[in-house]
Design a protein around this ligand. Sequence first.
Ligand SMILES: C[S@@+](CC[C@H](N)C(=O)[O-])C[C@H]1O[C@@H](n2cnc3c(N)ncnc32)[C@H](O)[C@@H]1O
Length: 336
Amino acid sequence: MDELRPDHILQVGLGFWASKTLLSAVEMEVFTELAKHPQDLETLRGRLGLHPRSAGDFFDALVALKFLERRDGVYFNTASTDFFLDKRKPSYIGGMLEMANHRLYPFWSHLTTALRTGLPQNEMREGGPNPFEALYAEPARLKEFLRAMTGVSHTANLAIARKFPWSGYRTVLDVGTAQGDLITQVTLAHPHIEGIGFDLPEVGPVFEEYVEANRLSQRIKFVPGSFMEEPLPPADVVMMGHILHDWNLVTKQMLVRKAYEALSPGGAYIVYESIIDDDRSTNTFGLLMSLNMLIETADGFDYTGADCSEWMKQAGFRDIRVEHLAGPDSMVIGIK
Ligand SMILES: C[S@@+](CC[C@H](N)C(=O)[O-])C[C@H]1O[C@@H](n2cnc3c(N)ncnc32)[C@H](O)[C@@H]1O
């Protein structure tokens, strides 16, 4: 009994304390405020409008969680919160955390219901439209969602731009491109590439604003459309990031076939997300992401590299391989 300790159980069981503390800090723009200049307790409390009872514990909890530093009573961002959570920097990834705070945090309180019923617990819970329709009906929500996608995908996008052998390919299509960070990073890193972002028409203005901000409007265009109804535009490389996990098996296989049809001979198909390890026992993030798909979609689920390789093989792809990208993310590559 001596070596048995409850630490891990308690740390995970009460993990929402730490999670919500960080999400509220992002909501109140603590890191954006401190990026302007370090501040003492009273100044920071006044700027953010916190109650005197809460402020010291809140900021010091952020110190203990290693999201802030405190020296001689003055609070500073850490190097990583300054880089990733200052809203005014292009490196801001807080969009994902803003969406986690507004949507996922309340929806996940219904996880037990989802586990028992198999039914989504987001806007669709009350019989609302599918999540993309619900998000896309309101421009502010749409933008929050698309920026959240950039936040969750940016590190993997940089890894794909760095690791894939781009020199033999020219036209690159990103399917379900959202704000367009993946095609932007690939095009920024490889001057010979011409990019296409494909997504629902409502996404166009947010995509074009992002591409313009990266000065790539001459080399990347947006093609509006639905991959449910139309063929994909032709390209030498077709990419799908966090697309297949939104849908059931039949739709997943249909999308893999559409990628095959859109590719030129010798072209490459890149599927990426938090691909679950084949033993389904170590990629915690991938497995939890699949539960997030239970909450968020009608019948989507995440999958292993072996699953995806099999769907690609059935569609006709050859030389299929799984390559790790960063953190929980991997890509599966197949050649036509
Ligand atoms: C989970 S997001 C992934 C975004 C991005 N690829 C990434 O990895 O960050 C799914 C994307 O698929 C797009 N999408 C959903 N249904 C679609 C459809 N029928 N046709 C085209 N795009 C669609 C959404 O608009 C959204 O941008």
